[in-house]
Design a protein around this ligand. Structure first.
Ligand SMILES: [Zn+2]
Length: 289
């Protein structure tokens, strides 16, 4: 194992390299600085791999991409308010953002797979986000993940995993529970196990544990339920539950919010005051085959 420290002038990007062969898996976290559960899982992954596990390939871990955003607990780089996950591969805004984005992109280009860890919110359900429909190699990759929920991405350009996918590198995001500068330890461990399971299924990690097959369901692009009123949110469905179109999801003050789609509830606003047109809930829709 080696810890690399890349001097980018104003900031230093730290990452870990385990093994040296192909295939190479890049695991990144903290592109959004306030999504701390991903950072937790990335550090746990580095800790696990540093105990001398047998690798058939290599793993590169960047636990905190957005270094200043992580320190400030903000999604953006606080220096320029740029969302790093919108400006791959070239970067934008300040020289700090540009240098970080280009350095991480360089690591991505040297990799066979990219796995980017994010948070979907404090009251959410963990899911894999990928362009599985248009890219058969991505579908083969996500088929390996020991997790039950895969959602089609919007494909918005400038995201690390989207740009890597377009370069022919199978890539995905895992969105887990956390955000706003908070992490969830239980979900962080669950996320770690999904990442380890994926490395085992790829044949990269050979630690004696068997890869675990999980029955998974592929969903369409997230359907967002906008609030038609403002007030205090009162959800009545837990993230991860199946919902049917028309089901009551919750209330904003006394106004009923129902589900516009049949699928799985991914996130729902809880313990917050919601403004009109804000997203109250997100559903992963079941699609007709
Ligand atoms: Zn994110």
């Amino acid at each position: 194992m080696s810890l690399k420290v890349l001097d980018l002038g104003e900031v230093r990007l730290r990452y870990y390299v385990f093994g040296s062969e192909e295939p190479r898996v890049l695991v990144t976290a903290g592109i959004h600085g306030d999504e701390v559960t991903g950072v937790y899982a990335a550090y746990r992954l580095a800790e696990y791999l540093s105990t001398g596990k047998r690798l058939n390939g290599s793993v590169v871990v960047v636990p905190v991409v957005n270094i200043l955003g992580f320190a400030a607990r903000t999604r953006f780089n606080p220096v320029d308010y740029v969302d790093l996950n919108r400006v791959f591969p070239d970067g934008a805004g300040s020289i700090i953002t540009k240098r970080i984005v280009r350095a991480v992109w360089e690591l991505a280009e040297q990799s066979s797979y990219v796995l980017d860890l994010h948070c979907a919110g404090l009251n959410s359900y963990q899911y894999i986000l990928a362009l599985y429909k248009g890219f058969p190699k991505v579908k083969q990759f996500t088929d390996l993940f020991p997790w039950d929920t895969v959602v089609e991405s919007t494909g918005l350009r400038g995201q690390l995993f989207v740009e890597a996918t377009h370069r022919g590198i199978p890539s995905a995001i895992i969105e887990t529970v956390g955000g706003d500068g908070y992490y969830n330890r239980g979900w962080g461990e669950t996320l770690l196990n999904v990442v380890l399971g994926t490395l085992r299924a790829l044949g990269v990690l050979e630690d004696g544990e068997k890869p675990r097959a999980v029955e998974k369901r592929y969903y369409g692009k997230l359907v967002h339920v906008e609030s038609s009123a403002e007030g205090f949110s009162n959800p009545v469905v837990e993230p991860g539950k199946d919902v049917v179109k028309g089901d009551v999801l919750g209330y904003i003050d006394n106004k009923i919010i129902t589900s516009p789609a049949t699928g799985k509830l991914i996130r729902i606003a809880k313990d917050v005051y919601i403004f009109e047109k804000e997203v109250f809930a997100s559903i992963a829709p079941v699609e007709e085959v």
